[in-house]
Design a protein around this ligand. Sequence first.
Ligand SMILES: Nc1ncnc2c1ncn2[C@@H]1O[C@H](COP(=O)(O)OP(=O)(O)O)[C@@H](O)[C@H]1O
Ligand SMILES: [Mg+2]
Length: 325
Amino acid sequence: MMVATTEKNMWAVELLDAAKTYGKTIQALRGVNVQVGRGEIFGLLGPNGAGKSTLVKIMMTVIKPDRVRGTVLGQPVGHRATMARIGYLPEAHRFPAYLTGAQLLDYFAALAKVSRSDRRGRAARLLERVGMSQWANTKISKYSKGMLQRLGIAQALMNDPDLVVLDEPTDGLDPIGRRHVRELLLELKAAGKTIFLNSHLLSELEQVCDRVVILVAGSVAKQGTLGELMQHTLEYRIVAEGDLSKRDGEIKRLGGRIDGDTITLDHQNRAKVNEVIDLLRSGGHLIESVTPKRFSLEDIFVEAMGHATTPDGGIPMGKPVARPS
Ligand SMILES: Nc1ncnc2c1ncn2[C@@H]1O[C@H](COP(=O)(O)OP(=O)(O)O)[C@@H](O)[C@H]1O
Ligand SMILES: [Mg+2]
């Protein structure tokens, strides 16, 4: 489906100041902003309990937020006609076990008002695409967790959506299944779709996301394009001979840390590294090795979890902190 040219908003999804309290005390979201560019793969990442599913459910109008502003595909959150242009894989989905995979796809697509003729061909194509063709006529009650997940992804694509929202799409999949999901995401992106995915797992997704938000305890701990997040993530290690502790003051001034025969320079550029090398060589130290180490998104994630603070100054944990009454 083409994106209507009347949609001026450059974001496929823009949610602003999203907040949700469950009951009286569980602050699942504390005023979160996310922006997803059209045609991007967006990753909402964070540990279990961070509030990822809550944000997705607000966008999908499954739950009512305390507050939220913003747009989805250029329309206010909850706009009825726009919902038909979104495909959604909910977390921990439970499909009627007495249906077969093919019946389930037909059923959901009928609910989404996909015509009967489109449903047939599309169901077969999507079952094929997620490697489930041979199970099409088997009852869902017989499916493994991985098979359920594949079916769930096919279900989310039955209405040929412009925006695909996948809550933990690799949940229950083995490494090969995860790779298939990655490939499918790239295929969907190439077909012009916008993808919004939630995940508490990183290594498999950092390769495909254009932009990520890291959510910790209901607040955004870090965000940006992968390029932005990875910009200051180079560390250098210099190993040299001789007693380095004599150089401690000078090396500290250059931003280095000495540990035995190793000097570590955090977030430093090449010029600084060369200054340290000059210093060492002029002091008669032989350089053994210089090694750059680039951090993965996972390292950044761990750092974000350690450094983030909640608005009330609390220590973030996997679970949101109860609001003081
Ligand atoms: N229906 C609910 N009632 C009460 N608390 C909930 C409910 N749903 C989620 N929570 C709590 O809100 C927090 C955020 O949950 P969730 O959005 O599911 O996080 P995530 O998807 O990042 O794992 C968690 O502490 C969770 O226990
Ligand atoms: Mg979740």
